[in-house]
Each structure stands twice: as structure tokens, then as C-alpha cells.
Write a protein that binds this ligand. Structure first.
Ligand SMILES: [Zn+2]
Length: 69
């Protein structure tokens, strides 16, 4: 299963079989540590954050495929 660290601090790591469930698993951590991202108060637009998140998940997926071969 793809494993991914928090794209904003790298302090936690989760594994999830889809981008959506990765978002769901990360959410409590974001509420706790990166509340500005959730609330939209961060200087970075949420779309940009979502792009970074998607890219990080895709990279995790590719690594997962690579290592399970
Ligand atoms: Zn974090």
C-alpha cells in the first residue's frame, strides 16, 4: 500500500490505498498541526496544496508499485 509522509512537516506517515482515503487519514493530523491549511488561512491557495498532495501521493503509489515487484 502506498505510504506517504505529511507534505507539510514530514513528522507523520500514513498508508492508504487511494488518494481519497489518504486525505481522510491525514485529516486529524492536519486539524491538529496544520489548521491554517484546513481553514484556508494559509498563504498557499488550497488548490496548490491539493496539487502538492496529489503529486506526493502519485509518487508514493509509483514507489509502492516499484517495491512490490
Ligand atoms: Zn504535518
Amino acid at each position: 500500500m502506498p505510504r506517504m509522509v505529511c507534505i507539510d512537516c514530514g513528522a507523520v506517515e500514513y498508508e492508504a490505498s487511494s488518494l481519497h482515503s489518504m486525505l481522510v487519514k491525514m485529516m486529524p493530523h492536519y486539524l491538529d498541526r496544520h489548521h491554517d491549511v484546513i481553514s484556508g488561512e494559509a498563504t498557499e491557495p488550497r488548490e496548490t496544496w491539493m496539487d502538492r498532495f496529489s503529486l506526493a501521493y502519485k509518487a508514493a503509489e509509483e514507489q509502492d508499485i516499484h517495491f512490490s515487484r
